[in-house]
Design a protein around this ligand. Structure first.
Ligand SMILES: *Cc1c(COP(=O)(O)O)cnc(C)c1O
Length: 376
């Protein structure tokens, strides 16, 4: 059996190697390394996939979040509501810009931001909400947008983990994640569902004025070369990374479907085990399984992880420490609701290998060992 990987970056490359190598070499030969035609092509290609939202490439997903906050002209001291159970970037950028993260709890079944907590966390200083579409499914955006509208708040979707997922929107239909809030942010970190071969990211919006501002901010605050109308950052998507993404983009939806198929196979094998919970699907969203995350009960998570590692089965804990307990953030974040579920799940979550090329044999091997662990 081929060695099991958490994410099989090398195996995926072998399947698209011919197209990819040719495209990368052609980009190098073209000499257009910064904001060349591959970048424009990718921005319009991804925009097309995302129900014709406008996409602006940038250097990584963390910068995408920072540029989004900068584009909204928020002030130091303004408050931004964000879940504590997330990757650090969602909170880091708020603090870097002198604003205050106000953290909320997540639903223990879907791991998604509890929208009930948003209203309980509001103050006159609240200016924005960052819903995080964690593990591949979307926060209940209908509720988020309704609260935002009522309270005059901006919504920045952290869509680093749910690119290509559809989610229920205010009109009653389904919309692409990242295109419902005022600004959406994503990452092309190699292990994401749409990953490049280095760092990359993008912001997206449907508001033409915001798009113009996002573009300008990502490129030193200039529209006309060497004329700076805003204080920006240097955060562009490389042409070579864009070329790689142009080869991968047409596969994204199929890859997401393959992840869903792998998840269904895991579910079928693991849902009968009492000592764990398989991931629940949110009612308002499709799940594209950036991660397949179990909850392991009875304090046995770390023992299971060790047992699996001995059988050469990788697994990861996303995330072991929530933001309100992190050394750098515990004194900085504010919190006005109990974080009960966040505290519990941080000790229980375990993500299994998940990528489009998992074989039946590999899934069987993983599940057999999980069953063996619990029946011992
Ligand atoms: C990966 C990720 C980011 C940051 O993306 P980078 O490209 O690594 O900077 C932000 N938020 C979430 C939820 C992520 O998973």
């Amino acid at each position: 059996m081929y060695k099991i990987q958490m994410v099989d970056v090398k195996g995926q490359y072998q399947k698209i190697k011919k197209d990819l190598d040719a495209r990368v070499i052609a980009t190098i030969e073209s000499g257009a390394f910064i904001q060349g035609p591959e970048v424009k092509l990718f921005e319009s290609g991804l925009g097309g996939l995302l129900d014709n939202a406008e996409v602006v490439g940038c250097a990584n997903g963390t910068d995408a979040l920072q540029i989004a906050l900068m584009a909204l002209d928020l002030q130091p001291g303004d408050e931004v509501i964000v879940p504590s159970f997330t990757f650090v970037a969602s909170v880091e950028v708020i603090v870097l810009l002198g604003m205050v993260p106000v953290v909320v709890d997540v639903d223990p079944e879907t791991f998604l931001m509890r929208t009930e907590d948003i209203e309980a966390s509001l103050s006159p200083k609240t200016k924005a909400i960052i819903p995080v579409h964690l593990f591949g499914q979307c926060v209940d955006m209908k509720s988020v947008m309704a609260i935002a509208e009522k309270n005059n708040l901006f919504v920045i979707e952290d869509n680093a983990q749910a690119i290509g997922a559809r989610c229920a929107d205010t009109s009653g239909g389904m919309k692409m994640a990242g295109t419902i809030g005022h600004i959406g942010c994503t990452s092309f970190y190699p292990s994401k569902n749409l990953g490049c071969y280095g760092d990359g990211g993008a912001v997206m919006s449907r508001d033409a004025a915001l798009v113009q501002r996002l573009k300008m901010l990502a490129n030193h605050g200039m529209e006309r070369r060497y004329y700076h109308d805003a204080i920006g950052v240097n955060s562009r998507l490389d042409s070579i990374q864009a070329a790689i993404l142009n080869v991968k983009l047409p596969h994204l939806i199929r890859w997401n479907t393959q992840r869903q198929e792998a998840a269904a196979k895991y579910d079928a094998q693991l849902s009968g085990i009492d000592q764990l919970e398989t991931p629940k699907r949110a009612a308002s969203s499709e799940h594209i399984f950036h991660q397949y995350t179990l909850r392991i009960k009875e304090g046995r998570r770390d023992a299971l992880q060790k047992f699996l590692a001995e059988k050469e089965i990788p697994s990861m804990i996303y995330y072991p420490v929530p933001m309100h307990e992190q050394g750098a953030y515990k004194e900085v974040v504010q919190c006005r609701v109990p974080l009960t579920h966040t505290n519990t799940i941080s000790d229980e979550v375990l993500s299994l290998p998940m990528h489009p090329d998992l074989t039946d044999e590999q899934i069987q091997y993983i599940c057999d060992h999980i069953k063996a662990f619990f029946s011992a």
